[in-house]
Design a protein around this ligand. Structure first.
Ligand code: FNR
Length: 187
């Protein structure tokens, strides 16, 4: 069965290593998974005053929620900012979680990949994100864990992955993620 995966990249940077990792993973994943990056950079900050009752919410929120709802699964690929989740990613999570009772995230199988230019591989961001995912009722792939360090050393000038170890790890991750999605997807 073909499964669609909404990929949420936690960095807004054009040359983001996390974005490159998302592309590298999609390239080696089983062909049953169809990845689509859902952009989060233009989402206005979540503000409860902007929706509810007769108020029409920002169009960017509505479009984002629709894209997430349409996907079978979600893959988060994020840097760590100050040992936590980048604000843009947290905002996207908050936007997708509302209005109350209509969360776009609910029940969707997901995975978390964190990556950093440092050695710790975004562990702090990875696990802060998992805290929200528990509340959002998203089954998260547990193993393999993905903390990718030294992200600035993994890509050639063409933007392509040139590290064998990381390539085979991403393949392993993608295979486990595909199986996880198949087990947990609704319908
Ligand atoms: C960082 N960076 C960083 N790295 C890390 O390992 N732990 C951290 O807590 C932080 N904190 C942090 C805060 C802010 C505001 C910035 C801009 C950066 C460095 C980070 O790993 C690096 O910039 C990556 O390149 C970001 O990922 P992208 O944008 O390449 O995907």
């Amino acid at each position: 069965t073909t499964r669609t995966v909404a990929v949420i990249v936690g960095s807004l940077r054009k040359e983001s290593f996390n974005r490159k990792i998302a592309h590298a993973l999609a390239a080696v994943a089983p062909s049953t998974l169809k990845f689509e990056i859902v952009e989060i950079g233009d989402l206005p900050f979540y503000n409860q005053d902007l929706e509810g009752g007769e108020i029409t919410p920002p169009a960017a929120w509505t479009a984002f929620r629709k894209q997430v709802k349409a996907a079978d699964a979600v893959l988060f690929v994020t840097p760590e900012y100050n040992r936590s989740v980048p604000a843009a990613l947290k905002n996207a999570i908050d936007v997708g979680s509302r209005p109350y009772g209509q969360s776009a995230w609910s029940g969707k199988p997901c995975g978390v990949i964190s990556s950093s230019i440092g050695a710790v591989g975004g562990f702090g961001a990875n696990h802060h994100l998992r805290q929200s995912l528990v509340f959002l009722d998203m089954p998260v792939l547990q193993q393999p864990e993905a903390y990718i360090g030294a992200a600035d050393k993994l890509f050639g000038a063409d933007g392509k992955l040139n590290n064998e170890g990381t390539a085979s790890f991403l393949k392993k991750y993608a295979d486990a993620f595909a199986a996880w999605v198949e087990t947990n997807a609704k319908g």
